[in-house]
Design a protein around this ligand. Structure first.
Ligand SMILES: [Zn+2]
Length: 158
């Protein structure tokens, strides 16, 4: 077996562990470090098998293609494969990157995907209802504004 340096490509004898030139760990000639993984190979390598089973379920509707692709990359970081589908009911010409996209993941990866999206604050946790005081306050203020407007209208009519 010939060992080569992944940096300079210099051949080394079997007993060497590091490149005498660069000091980098040597790899077997033609081994995995030499094979340049294409993007697809890189993606497949990351995907965890336990997240790749079952029917596709929708975990998120992205506003457009770039957001959808961003979500896909987030999910892939956690080993969750995903696929995109044009959200039904929106007729946008195929060549435009506009229009919402469904982000679909295998059923076995759905729970993990939701956690990733929650973590990234891309979805709301519907089970943990109004705990955000800012939101509650904004809602109250909006309610008061409506009441105030009604009183004003009633005053003007009266
Ligand atoms: Zn070297």
């Amino acid at each position: 077996m010939t060992l080569v340096c992944p940096s300079c490509g210099r051949d080394h004898a079997d007993e060497e562990r590091f490149c005498t030139q660069c000091g980098l760990p040597l790899v077997p000639e033609g081994g995995p470090a030499e094979a340049v993984l294409d993007e697809r190979g890189e993606r497949l390598r990351k995907i965890k098998k336990q997240y790749s089973e079952g029917e596709l379920v929708r975990v998120k509707v992205a506003r457009q293609q770039p957001e959808a692709e961003f979500i896909q990359s987030l999910l892939l970081e956690e080993g969750i494969p995903s696929t995109l589908r044009r959200t039904r009911g929106f007729d946008v010409p195929e060549m435009l990157a506009a229009g919402p996209r469904d982000v679909l993941v295998p059923a076995s990866g759905a729970a993990a995907a939701r956690e990733v999206l929650l973590e990234a604050e891309l979805i709301d946790d519907r089970t943990a209802a109004p705990t955000n005081p800012g939101k509650v306050l904004a809602g109250l203020l909006a309610a008061f504004a409506v009441v105030g407007l009604l009183i004003l209208v009633v005053d003007l009519l009266g």
